[in-house]
Write a protein that binds this ligand. Structure first.
Ligand code: FES
Ligand SMILES: [Fe+2]
Length: 473
């Protein structure tokens, strides 16, 4: 630790870091410390992640009362528990007695109550204290006035079309205020691809831990220019194989699903520009508002008929016409309405990121629709796939190389002619504005000091220790 680090050790969470944050993002470039500083990472946990609506899970993961899933968000262990009335409640996975985690299982069925494995304190499904052993031992004590008597801590949650989001901070913007209607409509567009309007999780997620900062992954979701370069070998081999099959006359009449999904990766920058994008304040974005690599997938037998029977011709045409490349609800998810796939970006440390890839079944649709999603996840998003391993190799190389001397900046100036206007805008598909827009939201959150109430209520570690590195330049 340097002397400069020591000078900031006692800096309170309510401190104003706006000057330091302005030096990390100048509107067009990001300083490497934003990706490599443990201090910046800790600040992100409190000021960005705790205040944001972060994706937790889908209601279909807990179909019956008492079902739960355990998920860690911003280092806080959480339980999403299905209630008897059909709703879900999100609780901090920490016993009110002495802090044991109520469960270490990733999912399970609690029955009518959650019971701590340490001394058997029991809680109703909504987290309120139900029973505790040796109750007479607490007679005449201050237990009733203690924090313990309040039971498990409830975290703010919001459900949109079955997708459950949480906000760790006890105060702050509502889900509707923070996630604009244009982004909520992207979730609707995914759910409406089901003739019943309902999605359910199909199997467990593909999970991979990548040795890079989480922001490198999320930037890439809006980086159209890399596709034909980084994924050239996959797209070219697919193309050569398909052409050879066609020349030999052995090509099947119907293009195989995997081929249909891989070939568009060779699209050049003209196509990528025409895809277009839309940015929203708060870091959110939709890439591919005009077209996407998914636009020309062939129809699935029986699917359109099932949709028309459910929604009518006009609405079906509207639903099926639109298939953006990626929608980002900042800062935790990237998803597609078709194929029905969702990536969750969960930071584990300044240089470690967990990526979960979930497939959804559109209830009432032919099985081939789910097969399309599973095929896409396997060949594009799985770490062992033909596509994602190229990305992972680059992401991890960025994390290693950023620490090198010389150039301290990551450049995001493509399309930046003057200061980006605030608010929602339509942009070209190759404009790095979609990425700058993420950093605009990132910088605004980090620069905003925590209120005393936020700092007191923050459910996780303080940023007191080790302040320094990127913030005292
Ligand atoms: S820590 Fe949970 S009952 Fe004691
Ligand atoms: Fe990629």
């Amino acid at each position: 630790m340097t002397t400069a680090d020591l000078s900031l050790v006692d800096c309170p969470p309510t401190a104003d870091f706006s000057d330091a944050v302005a030096r990390l993002f100048d509107g067009e470039q990001v300083h490497r410390d934003a990706y490599t500083s443990a201090t910046v990472y800790r600040l992100e946990q409190r000021r960005l992640l705790a205040r944001s609506w972060i994706y937790l899970g889908h209601v279909s993961q807990t179909p019956s009362a008492g079902d739960f899933i355990a998920v860690t968000v911003a280092e806080v262990p959480l339980l999403m528990v299905r209630q008897a009335d059909g709703g879900v409640v999100v609780l901090i996975n920490r016993c009110a007695h002495k802090g044991a985690m109520m469960t270490c299982a990733a999912s399970g069925q609690a029955g009518r109550a959650l019971r701590c494995p340490y001394h058997a304190w029991a809680y109703r499904l909504d987290g309120s204290l139900l029973a505790l052993p040796i109750r007479e031992g607490y007679e005449g004590t201050g237990l009733a006035r203690s924090q313990a008597a309040r039971g498990l801590t409830v975290v703010a949650s919001a459900v949109h079309r079955g997708f459950v989001f949480v906000r760790l901070s006890s105060t702050g913007a509502s889900f509707e205020e923070q996630v604009p209607e244009g982004m909520r409509r992207c979730i609707d567009a995914m759910a409406d691809r089901s003739p019943t309007g309902t999605l359910e999780v199909a199997g467990p997620a593909l999970r991979s831990v990548i040795e890079c900062n989480w922001k490198i992954y999320l930037e890439n979701v809006n980086d159209t220019v890399h596709a034909s370069v980084t994924h050239e070998s996959s797209a070219e081999s697919a193309s050569r194989t398909w052409e050879a099959l066609q020349r030999s006359g052995e090509a099947p009449a119907r293009k195989p699903m995997a081929m249909e999904q891989l070939l568009p990766f060779s699209q050049g920058s003209d196509f990528m520009e025409r895809m277009g994008g839309q940015v929203f304040s708060g870091g959110h974005s939709i890439l591919g508002i005009n077209a996407s690599l998914h636009s020309d997938y062939s129809s699935i037998p029986g699917y359109e008929a099932a949709m028309v029977a459910a929604w009518g011709e006009t609405k079906t045409a509207d639903i099926l016409r639109w298939s953006p490349q990626n929608a980002v609800i900042y800062p935790s998810i990237a998803f597609k309405s078709m194929p029905q796939t969702l990536r969750v970006i969960r930071p584990l440390g300044v240089n470690r990121t967990l990526v979960e890839v979930w497939a959804f079944r559109a209830l009432g649709a032919p099985d081939a629709l789910l097969e399309r999603t599973l095929t896409y996840n396997r060949i594009v998003f799985s770490p062992m796939s033909l596509v994602a391993h190229d990305d992972v190799q680059v992401f991890e190389s960025i994390q290693r190389a950023l620490a090198s001397p010389g150039n301290e900046w990551v450049n995001l100036q493509r399309g930046a002619r003057g200061m980006d206007p605030a608010g929602d805008s339509i942009v070209g598909g190759t404009d790095e504005r979609m990425i700058r827009n993420q950093y605009r939201a990132w910088a605004a959150a980090l620069a905003l000091p925590e209120s005393v109430a936020e700092a007191d209520a923050a459910p996780h570690g303080s940023v007191h220790e080790g302040l320094g590195e990127g913030l005292d330049r």
